[in-house]
Write a protein that binds this ligand. Structure first.
Ligand code: SAM
Length: 229
């Protein structure tokens, strides 16, 4: 776990009880057990990443609307994705779909370097300013189509796709290290989505289904592929 910047430390004294309740009932009781992931959720003030009218709901265990017609992910899902990726501090992680910047801030507690891409310029600027304000310095945010990945920063030990796709963009699969993991909601834009964790091996990909989820769609122009076993 990384040392907390002073700004973040100060912020965490606020709404501590709500965060603790969310962690106990929303994460631990739902099966999240990785102590580093639980600590990371406990180190990020979610109220910073929600829009002003939803501040009172910041510690409800649910997705909430954000600007540009998008959503901030449910804390349980952020924790589930982080746990599935089996993050260790020296990792470089790529996230597609920065949204509010919340998941990137959580990942930033767990790994050395986070690279995150968002297609809405407004959300890029908003998430950058929130991360700066909290003095979270190990996150780079870029505006663009994340389906093409971040070739100059590749390869990545972990990739998190925070928007639903029927197939994984090939460029992203190619930017994963051997042994690296990619987690993504696979399925259509409505309700038939499963959160799948792919592990890249020498010979292909191993797959694990983590259950049903509901994400906004990945808007992509890239070539796609669904890795077979
Ligand atoms: N992880 C975010 C958080 O914690 O707030 C939530 C992400 S939200 C569920 C999905 C995001 O993916 C949206 O902000 C959407 O604009 C973005 N998105 C969709 N397609 C994209 C693409 N091709 N490249 C980059 N971002 C994309």
């Amino acid at each position: 776990m990384r040392d907390l910047p002073s700004k973040l430390q100060g912020q965490l004294s606020i709404r501590r009880a709500e965060r603790a309740r969310l962690i106990e009932t929303g994460l631990v009781q739902q099966g999240i057990s990785d102590p580093a992931v639980l600590a990371a959720i406990n180190q990020v003030p979610r109220e910073f990443f929600v829009d002003p009218e939803f501040k009172d709901k910041a510690y409800h265990n649910r997705a909430l609307p954000i600007a540009s017609g998008q959503t901030i992910s449910q804390p349980y899902i952020v924790a589930l994705m982080a746990e599935a990726l089996q993050l260790t501090p020296h990792f470089r992680l790529l996230e597609i779909g920065t949204g509010s910047g919340y998941a990137a801030a959580v990942y930033a507690q767990l790994v050395d370097q986070v690279f995150t891409i968002e297609r809405h310029d407004f959300l890029v600027n908003l998430s950058r300013s929130r991360l700066e304000e909290l003095q979270i310095e190990n996150v780079s945010v870029r505006c663009g189509d994340g389906s093409f990945g971040w070739p100059e920063a590749a390869p990545f030990d972990a990739i998190s796709i925070a928007a639903a796709t029927e197939d994984i963009p090939k460029q992203l699969l190619n930017q994963l290290t051997i042994g690296g993991k990619l987690v993504a909601p696979i399925g259509d834009q409505q309700s038939n989505q499963s959160l799948i964790c792919f592990k890249r091996t020498e010979g292909g990909f191993e797959k694990k289904d983590l259950g049903s989820v509901r994400f906004v769609p990945l808007i992509s122009d890239a070539d796609e592929d669904l890795p077979s076993d």
